[in-house]
Design a protein around this ligand. Structure first.
Ligand SMILES: Nc1ncnc2c1ncn2[C@@H]1O[C@H](COP(=O)(O)OP(=O)(O)OP(=O)(O)O)[C@@H](O)[C@H]1O
Ligand SMILES: [Mg+2]
Length: 196
């Protein structure tokens, strides 16, 4: 299964599963994304095809940070890079009240420590960029990540990280991860804000 077999020009997220009898199930997920994401549940990988914001270098930035954080255990392993598509290890479902682990603050601290170790500021931490696999919290979607303290170019979209940021282009990963996970705990995840 690859995203080339899906209708072109659309941006969405879809999960696919092939049963033992060969039947193919496709689950279209009610979740807008800025890239087309195909989740292959048999092979435990995700194909992420960048559709928008190529001019901002989102793919190269995501690749660079995933490599910097490889082995940290808190980001998906990068299995392949091909033109505008990444193959990532599947790291579970977006965090919500039903899958939030009891020790979430401890796991949030572990993520913040890994970011600090490589001097990375993610900039877009929100529940849809935090996933849970087997009770373990992961951070995904590094397209807008920068070095800590780097100036954000004024040309970047103004909606980045809007759920939990301090201000336009003013980010604080610690504040954002706690705000996001507390919103999951209260079952008040804000999914109303889209990047435009
Ligand atoms: N490695 C992964 N494992 C599990 N799910 C993933 C993975 N990568 C992406 N997803 C799913 O696909 C969705 C969109 O992926 P991602 O956030 O990387 O792309 P995006 O299009 O840049 O997002 P956004 O809509 O936040 O701009 C995620 O919210 C998540 O549900
Ligand atoms: Mg995302």
């Amino acid at each position: 299964m690859d995203s080339a077999s899906l209708p072109p020009q659309e941006v969405y997220k879809v999960a696919v599963f092939k049963a033992e009898d060969g039947r193919l199930y496709r689950i279209y997920v009610d979740q807008p994304a800025t890239s087309t994401v195909v989740i292959d549940l048999n092979n435990h990988h995700v194909l992420k095809k960048f559709q928008r914001f190529a001019e901002f270098g989102v793919l190269a930035r995501e690749v660079a940070w995933l490599r910097a954080l490889a082995g940290s255990g808190v980001v998906p392993a990068l299995r392949a890079v091909e033109q505008s598509e990444l193959k990532l290890r599947y790291v579970g479902e977006p965090v919500r009240q039903y899958n939030l682990p009891g020790n979430w603050s401890e796991q949030a601290e572990a993520i913040l420590a890994e970011l600090e170790a490589v001097k990375c500021s993610h900039n877009d931490i929100k529940c849809d960029n935090l996933t849970i696999l087997d009770g373990r919290l992961h951070l995904i979607d590094f397209g807008w990540a920068t070095g800590v303290g780097d100036i954000i170019p004024t040309t970047w979209p103004k909606g980045i990280g809007r759920q939990h940021r301090r201000d336009i282009h003013c980010f604080d990963d610690r504040r954002a991860i706690y705000a996001a996970l507390r919103s999951a705990e209260r079952d008040e995840v804000d999914r109303s804000i889209l990047l435009t």
